[in-house]
Design a protein around this ligand. Structure first.
Ligand SMILES: [Zn+2]
Length: 171
């Protein structure tokens, strides 16, 4: 299901005299992964810039959202404001997994935003230094020493950089 404000008409970006323009998308979502979910209130807010590129539209910008994080040890829930940088390419080729579909004069940014948001989430094992730990009789040693990954190893933006700075293959 795609919500209305995620569907963008980009016909003005496909012409010969196209220029970049900003667009703001605000929408309540309920995306979730593992022990984190994007909280619907306040709604997700994306400040995007649409750029005309050969064969499609590139999008850069930032997205702000709030997540409800559930501690995997004590199950406490915490609301956290987060943001993520956006970099994505929409084109008419359906062969490239790194791009999103441009269909007619419209792009649907919901899948792209969902990907970028969920990729940006850190891996959180517990709610912090104050975590009381597992309250059941489970073996607590199973829950220790999980640190060391700050989630920064993946950079979707590196992919975009390659897309936005294509090697000059065409004459
Ligand atoms: Zn906790």
């Amino acid at each position: 299901m795609s919500q209305g404000s995620f569907l963008l008409n980009v016909s003005d970006l496909l012409g010969n005299r196209a220029s970049s323009r900003p667009v703001k998308v605000t929408e309540s979502v309920d995306w979730k992964v593992a022990m984190m979910e994007v909280f619907p209130d306040p709604p997700l807010e994306a400040d995007l810039v649409l750029h005309p590129v050969s064969g499609g539209v590139a999008i850069t910008g930032r997205v702000r959202f709030t997540t409800k994080d559930t501690c995997s040890r004590c199950l406490k829930e915490t609301l956290t404001d987060r943001d993520a940088s956006i970099g994505a390419l929409f084109d008419t080729s359906n062969e490239d997994d790194e791009t999103y579909p441009l269909e007619g004069h419209e792009i649907d940014v919901s899948q792209m935003l969902r990907d970028e948001v969920l990729l940006s989430l850190p891996i959180i094992e517990d709610c912090g230094d104050d975590c009381p730990g597992v309250v059941s009789t489970a073996q607590t040693e199973l829950n220790t020493d999980l640190s060391g990954d700050d989630g920064s190893s993946r950079s979707p933006f590196a992919v975009l950089k390659d897309l936005l700075e294509p090697e000059e293959k065409e004459e």
